[in-house]
Design a protein around this ligand. Structure first.
Ligand code: 5GP
Ligand code: MG
Length: 369
């Protein structure tokens, strides 16, 4: 991932793939033109790198020139095309091949056609390395296309974001969700997970997604997913991961502009951890860390028995039940600890001490992410 000005971009097309696409364009154009000496016209600024690589590969004599147009502001195509440097030579009777880095809305191309309208060239061929079919709303024929790409803003290989990125040999795509901090929070019963989640949420402006709460919300409000989940529960079956993931997806989408999420109660299995990775990846994001509160069993038992005196929760009143719940927690989370540790994303945090002390320790981990 790279950062240009205020935005994050992720690797999209490698130097090698670009090279292959350029070579392919060269081959078909050289094939079609035979012994004709073409004039390649690059559209500055973006096409400088393409033109350079292209003509070095071109197997026969050719001429090269440039015109300079500007249509982009920041990450958006604008209506206004400015002609900064026009044609400086007579191209009457010549075969002209426009070399564009990218064709987006086609407005620049329209201006190019206007420029050549009265030039009496033999033929005007359009070649573009990148083409965004979803954005293109003109009728001009594109004779040679290196690669079709989705309608997302890219940088690199001549293309810039506010001046930066033209020098990059690879192409990067704008991340749709910007830099988020996403945590998976773990802790045995009685570790103070809920309390800490509340503090972290405030401190880092994160959205706390408790799977239990999400389930209850969907079922109570009889959403389609809630009804689906309930149909499994009513049969005494486990709700399939896909249903849970879809519910989490909805929560993530509801908060698309968030600084990040704290996942609580999910994942519980390797399969779920992978599904969560996939979900975050589809949002151009990632799980940054699994943070687990570590508390000695005897301390947990003492805390929970204490809580049982006032909470009235039956499962907080019996030491044997409590010890079983703790054991079950470790049995279940061991796999996940391994899963995240393998990616260097596991962080155990000492959960014994005052609430403030523990928050401090958690913050120290998060601040380093
Ligand atoms: P169009 O006029 O077809 O909308 O856009 C063409 C020009 O806009 C290109 O020559 C390029 O300068 C700029 N452009 C279009 N799409 C992108 C993009 O994804 N990234 C960058 N950096 N520039 C783009
Ligand atoms: Mg351009």
């Amino acid at each position: 991932m790279i950062k240009l000005h205020d935005l994050y971009f992720k690797p999209f097309i490698s130097e090698q793939e670009i090279d292959t696409a350029v070579q392919k364009m060269v081959d078909s154009i050289a094939d079609d033109l035979g012994d004709e000496v073409p004039v390649f016209v690059g559209i500055l600024n973006g096409s400088f790198m393409l033109v350079s690589d292209f003509v070095k590969k071109y197997p026969k004599p050719c001429e090269v020139t440039f015109i300079k147009l500007a249509s982009y502001e920041g990450v958006k195509s604008t209506e206004d095309i400015q002609r900064l440097i026009g044609l400086t030579q007579d191209l009457t009777g010549r075969t002209v091949v426009i070399l564009e880095d990218i064709i987006d809305s086609g407005k620049t191309l329209e201006e190019v056609h206007r420029i050549f309208e009265n030039e009496n060239v033999k033929q005007l061929l359009i070649a573009t390395l990148f083409y965004k079919p979803e954005a293109y709303d003109k009728d001009f024929k594109l004779h040679y296309v290196g690669m079709e790409i989705p309608n997302k803003f890219i940088v690199g290989y001549g293309l810039d974001y506010d001046g930066l990125g033209r020098d990059l040999p690879d192409v990067y795509q704008l991340k749709t969700t910007q830099h988020m901090t996403n945590l998976v929070l773990f802790g045995p019963p009685g570790a103070g997970k809920g309390t800490q989640a509340n503090y972290l949420k405030e401190k880092y402006d994160l959205i706390h997604i408790s799977t239990g709460d999400v389930f209850r919300f969907n079922i109570k409000n009889e959403t389609a997913l809630g009804m689906l989940a309930k149909s499994y529960m009513d049969k005494g079956e486990l709700v399939p991961d896909q249903v849970t993931i879809e519910m989490l997806n909805k929560e993530v989408e509801k908060n698309a502009g968030a600084n990040g999420f704290i996942f609580d109660g999910f994942p519980r299995t390797n399969g779920q951890a992978k599904a969560l990775d996939k979900l975050m990846d589809s949002k151009d994001s990632q799980i940054n860390a699994m943070v687990a509160l570590e508390v000695d069993d005897n301390v947990l038992v003492k805390r929970l028995l204490e809580r049982g005196k006032t909470s009235g929760r039956a499962d907080d009143a019996d030491e044997k039940i409590i010890r079983n719940r703790i054991k079950e927690y470790y049995n279940k989370t061991a796999i996940l600890k391994d899963y995240y540790a393998a990616q260097d994303k596991y962080f155990g945090v000492d959960g014994v001490g005052s609430i403030e002390d523990i928050t401090e320790r958690l913050s120290a981990v998060i601040d380093k992410l």
